[in-house]
Design a protein around this ligand. Structure first.
Ligand code: KIV
Length: 299
């Protein structure tokens, strides 16, 4: 059995934790960065054991874990609880907490207060926020407070309505230029990495080339410095039609359903539990127990 070190004090990198500056080094060396979402301790641990570099506690949790139709309803309390759980499982990967909608848009002060909660209460290594423009001052404020920030542009699910729905972004020259400028502005504001979601591959490649910090793609092609996928999408746990950028590496939902169906049927027909699933008692103690019951019944 592996022993895991205790969770360190907030803000203190755990022993063996990937160092944040290593990400830019990986980009420089051309080593692709692997990022995945996770929402609980077992998935954090599996991601760590599988050698993943970055674990994002995404507000996609609102959809894939909490059953909402969008990421918007995710709350700070929910995200803190999930981040804390992931952190108990993931030791080497940097654990990045998504700031939920409404927890950072109001002001720089609000963003700092929210992010500090993630660092202190959930031991998050970094936070992620969506957008550029007015969000640049949030990035500056957070990094000045010592909190590493990952940017996220392109399809930004928290503001998908403003973007006309869940669709690819930067598909004409002027919108592509805007994305390019936003990425450079986020880097200049202090982001240590930037997620590019649902962006045409040639646009993402040019952005990745222009940045010194890593561009992490999701639906942005192979020219990015790393890739991210949502845990439930990758494992086939979230049923329904996945976005075209998802590659399913397993189809776990049918396997899980079949296992639960078998369990239900074995409980109903008495095949489970078998003697090996329960505990024995010596004949002598059983006889004493029966005698005690008989005596109790007689009085
Ligand atoms: O919330 C999330 O899972 C994300 C990823 C898709 C990047 O933001």
């Amino acid at each position: 059995m592996t022993t895991r070190p205790r969770t360190p004090a907030p803000g203190t990198p755990a022993p063996g934790k990937l160092a944040l500056p290593e990400l830019a080094e990986m980009k420089r060396r051309g080593d692709r960065i692997v990022m995945i979402t996770a929402y609980d301790a077992p998935s954090g641990r599996i991601a760590d054991d599988a050698g993943v570099d970055l674990v994002l506690v995404g507000d996609s949790a609102a959809m894939v874990v909490l059953g909402h139709d969008s990421t918007v309803p995710a709350t700070v309390e929910e995200m803190i609880m999930l981040t804390r759980a992931v952190n108990r499982g993931a030791r080497r990967p940097l654990v990045i907490a998504d700031l939920p909608f409404g927890s950072y848009q109001v002001s720089d002060e609000q963003a700092i207060e929210t992010a500090i909660r993630f660092v202190k209460e959930a031991a998050a290594d970094a936070v992620k926020l969506e957008g550029a423009g007015p969000m640049l001052s949030r990035v500056r404020a957070l990094t000045s407070a010592g909190i590493p920030v990952m940017g996220h542009i392109g399809l930004t699910p928290q503001t998908a309505t403003m973007l006309g729905g869940f669709k690819a972004q930067g598909r004409n020259a002027s919108k592509a230029v805007r994305l390019y400028e936003d990425a450079l502005a986020l880097e200049a504001a202090g982001c240590f990495a930037i997620v590019l979601e649902a962006v045409p591959s040639p646009v993402a490649s040019r952005i990745a080339e222009a940045l010194t910090v890593p561009a992490i793609g999701i639906g942005a092609g192979a020219g990015c410095d790393g890739q991210v996928l949502v845990w439930h999408d990758l494992l086939g746990l979230y049923e329904g039609t996945p976005p075209r950028f998802v590659k399913q590496y397993a189809e776990l939902a049918p396997a899980i359903r079949a296992a639960v169906e078998r369990y239900a049927s074995e409980v109903r027909d008495g095949a489970f539990p078998e003697p090996k699933h329960t505990y024995s008692m010596s004949d002598e103690e059983l006889a004493l127990f029966d005698a005690a019951l008989a005596e109790a019944r007689a009085t």
